[in-house]
Ligand binder design. Sequence first.
Ligand code: ATP
Length: 254
Amino acid sequence: MAKQPIITVKNLVKNYGDFAAVKGISFDVYDGEIFGLLGPNGAGKTTTLEIIETLRDKTSGEVTVDGLSIDNDANKIKQRIGVQLQSAGYYPNLNLSELITLFCGLYGIDKTPTEMLEKVALTDKAKSKYKELSGGQKQRFSIATTLINNPKIIFLDEPTTGLDPQARRNLWDLIREIRDNGTTVVITTHYMDEAEELCDRVAFVDGGRIVGIDTPNHFIDQLVESGFERKKQVKMANLEDVFINLTGKEWREG
Ligand code: ATP
């Protein structure tokens, strides 16, 4: 089946004063995929994401999201996407259940806190406050809030930064499950093992330009075919495997 673009970016440019942060990039995100934007600090990933999310103005170029233009239909686009809030966005004195109720009210959507917390394995934390959660739980909660409006696309900006290997793998499972339920996922990450494991396709951004876009496997195969060889013999396991082996895989960052 042909892949249908759900996001189309054409010649996108963003200047901050006379500094060009995004220099005319073009790419598509396909419906139902996990798409990774990768690249060094300052490459322009967050800027690009925030323009697609209709949270930041572009300088020029065209962006459509689910067939809608960011120029004319920003409000409709906002209703169809889910964006992770920075933690500062959560009222400190409300518990998770109350926060979900608040978000449902804001979106005008009739969902129960239990239903949303179940999706991210946090029902036992319903009465806890956000600040009382572990790093992994905080990320899961914020992913739950992105799902409240049944979005077609969710945007996750470095969702696993600072998490331990178990929490990171649990989050990968959650993100795959969200994709398998039909939601397109756009993610940024600095972890290449994560991108390799999780993303259906990745785009490398450097200095405001896309320098490559493909599936992780194809990128790797091409590099190997070009004669690239790793200097060191790869070991059969790494220290992260040891960590998981010693501490287990179950949900328990509590
Ligand atoms: P990181 O991996 O560090 O999150 P990034 O790829 O997301 O980086 P951006 O946050 O998009 O990069 O920033 C791209 C460039 O634009 C950087 O050089 C940054 O300093 C600059 N920039 C971002 N926001 C602004 C702003 N509001 N005003 C001026 N310059 C900005």
